[in-house]
Design a protein around this ligand. Structure first.
Ligand SMILES: Cc1ncc(COP(=O)(O)O)c(C=O)c1O
Length: 403
């Protein structure tokens, strides 16, 4: 951020301006897309100067090769870091790349990770199935059971990982307590805050070490890009950046541009999605064809008070259980006219997902039962349509089980 903007502390303003160079090439208002895979040097003397500065750990004011950096990517990284109140951030190819690279670069053979349940399925699969191949063990504890979390920590534990709110049951983690446990026990705390967005929650302000996001969701906001990022202190991010320069799954300038663009409206989009999801959740909670609603904005949700204390909004995602069996639930989903059947969230379009038949389709019935993925469970990612239209759509669809 330029000096004129360093005093800006509000995230709505940071989402529009942070990371920009105020005077851009040709006096353009909008950041250019630096579509280049490499950068040139004028002489060998310049090359040597650059290498010496790099060897001394100095931050260069130029780029060398696309895998190590790009001005459009740097602009979005600075904006993301500002939004998260972090020293710096690294943009990578997807949310999963952000998660797996973080685990792979911090953990090594013989180490151990503790994670909470109800985490994004692929993250849990990576930690339970793939880290095992590197002799790294994973213990899963219930989200919200802080005694179990403490009890699971071993001398070789290096990471405590959680999500908040969790996907799909919207459990709320006490991030301050989680951070305190990590600090006291000398273990790094890592949070996937995709569902919160930095508008609703900034885990670093509560003492969390690293924050990870799938920027594919609310941050991009238009269902047209895949990206992820990791934010934290310079001390933690610097070695991660070095490792990612070798792992290679970086983002690209076009995606970075779309993300810069999407972030400009992040605050208004998220505020709107908070309001709409609250109204949709309240509507569903009183509907006779609905058995249960999972949304932290509802007073009946077990995480409501905690969410109200640590978040400034409850988010745009909710899940609900239809009063009926799998066939009845499929009928409701098929009857929706506005919501698309699709496995993502955070964009302008309202999306609906049948968890058992989609995200958890390849589990055994026993595994699904253990995870609570019942046949009548539906996840709804509320978009930017008028909330009255989303509610009317749900109402007419739910009638298919009432009759
Ligand atoms: C909470 C959460 N974390 C991470 C991911 C993975 O993100 P990506 O699809 O960008 O790899 C997802 C995807 O749905 C998610 O919901």
């Amino acid at each position: 951020m330029t000096d004129q903007l360093s005093a800006v502390v509000r995230n709505a303003t940071r989402a529009v301006h942070a990371g920009e160079v105020r005077r851009k090439p040709q006096h353009a208002l909008i950041d250019p897309i630096f579509q280049t895979s490499t950068y040139t040097f004028d002489s060998m003397a310049e090359v040597c100067e650059f290498q010496e500065a790099h060897a001394k750990g100095h931050v260069a004011d130029r780029f060398e090769y696309g895998r190590y950096g790009n001005p459009t990517i740097q602009a979005v990284e600075e904006r993301l870091a500002a939004l998260e109140k972090a020293d710096s951030a690294i943009l990578v190819a997807s949310g999963m790349a952000a998660l797996t690279y973080t685990f792979l670069s911090i953990l090594r053979s013989g180490r151990h990770i503790v994670m909470t349940d109800d985490s994004y399925r692929r993250t849990r699969q990576f930690c339970e199935d793939h880290l095992k191949r590197f002799n790294i063990e994973c213990t899963v504890v219930p989200l919200g059971d802080y005694d179990a979390l403490e009890a699971a920590i071993r001398p070789e534990t290096r990471i405590l990982f959680s999500e908040t709110p969790s996907n799909p049951f919207l459990h709320v983690l006490d991030v301050e307590r989680f951070a305190e446990i990590g600090r006291r026990r000398g273990v790094l705390t890592v949070i996937d805050a995709t569902l919160s967005t930095p508008i609703n929650l900034r885990p670093i302000e509560w003492g969390i070490d690293l924050v990870i996001h799938s920027a594919t969701k609310y941050l991009g906001g238009h269902n047209d890009l895949l990206a992820g990022f990791i934010a934290g202190s310079d001390r933690l991010i610097k070695p991660l950046r070095e490792a990612i320069g070798i792992f290679g799954g970086i983002s690209d300038p076009n995606t970075a541009y779309l993300l810069l663009r999407g972030l400009k409206t992040l605050n208004v989009r998220v505020q709107q999605q908070n309001r709409s999801a609250q109204r949709v959740a309240e509507f569903l909670a009183q509907h006779p064809a609905v058995e249960n609603v999972y949304y932290p904005g509802l007073k009946s949700h077990p995480g409501h008070e905690l969410a109200a204390r640590q978040m400034t909004g409850f988010g745009g995602l909710l899940s609900f259980a239809v009063r009926g069996d799998r066939a009845a639930t499929f009928r409701v989903i098929d009857a929706l006219k506005l919501a698309y059947i699709s496995p993502s969230l955070g964009g302008a379009e309202t999306l609906v997902l049948h968890l058992a038949a989609m995200a958890y389709y390849d589990c055994t019935p026993e595994e699904r039962a253990e995870l609570g993925m019942a046949d009548n469970l539906v996840r709804l990612a509320v978009g930017l349509e008028d909330a009255d239209d989303v509610i009317a759509d749900l109402d007419q669809a739910l009638r298919s089980v009432e009759g």
